[in-house]
Design a protein around this ligand. Structure first.
Ligand SMILES: [Zn+2]
Length: 237
């Protein structure tokens, strides 16, 4: 018997000469890996339909053998899909968000809110404004970290909750922005910014937003215990 669901592609890997293993984040089953047999030779069925970030209607069949992958048998663009106007920034932001979900999620643990986050990103990222795009990326990652229960503090010190004028220290381990008084002496997980982020100017300053996105990405790496390939494309301080 086959299963049907709506799903975003979050990654794909070549498998053998002509097949793929595609990782989806699906509405009904959460993260799933599906075998796509002969995807690179069977052009009619799959060509142009296996693009990361797109929303599809998929159909798959359960593996007969225990330990084998389920197989994709049908895939079509979903009516709600928004094709993204790719530019360099959007490609990097999308890669980062898909990688975060791929690295944090466990297979077959569906969460409708995570599915909605992927929709939020694809509906809002198409823009010509550099600042608008990076803000959507930051917002998407923050929403996701909130669902995971590990959203970092940004504008307040995570410890004393005081509003801060600038971010100088960012504690990857304990919860994000931290004031100089609360900063522990054990600095191993604390980023010390040479040029502190001015919070009042943050929303209109692309460079500061880039640094903030990098900090949040490093925070994701720290808490997942995994290195993110996409982080190396972000601006470094
Ligand atoms: Zn404090």
């Amino acid at each position: 018997m086959s299963e049907k669901t709506e799903a975003f592609i979050i990654s794909k890997e070549e498998s053998g000469d002509s097949s793929y293993v595609v990782t989806f984040y699906s509405k009904l089953f959460g993260k799933i890996n599906l075998f796509v047999k002969s995807a690179r030779t069977s052009k009619k069925r799959f060509q142009g339909k296996l693009e990361s970030g797109n929303l599809y209607d998929i159909e798959f069949i359960k593996a007969k053998k225990l330990g084998s992958l389920d197989s994709l048998i049908k895939i079509d663009i979903n009516n709600d899909n928004r094709f993204i106007n790719f530019d360099k920034d959007i490609s990097i932001f999308q890669a980062l968000i898909l990688e975060a979900i791929n690295k944090f999620e466990i297979n077959e643990q569906p969460n409708f809110e995570i599915y909605e986050i992927l929709k939020f990103f694809s509906l809002n990222i198409n823009s010509h404004g550099k600042i608008k795009k990076i803000k959507i990326a930051i917002k998407t990652l923050n929403k996701y970290l909130k669902i995971l229960g590990i959203q970092p503090s940004i504008k307040k010190c995570y410890k004393c909750k005081k509003n801060m004028h600038s971010i100088k220290y960012f504690d990857l381990k304990n919860g994000g922005s931290v004031c100089s008084k609360c900063k522990s002496n054990n600095n191993s997980s604390i980023f010390n910014l040479k040029n502190p982020i001015n919070i009042k100017k943050l929303s209109n300053n692309y460079e500061s937003l880039e640094i903030l996105l990098l900090l949040i990405s490093k925070f994701c790496e720290y808490h997942s215990g995994k290195i993110f390939n996409s982080v190396k494309y972000l601006r470094t301080t």
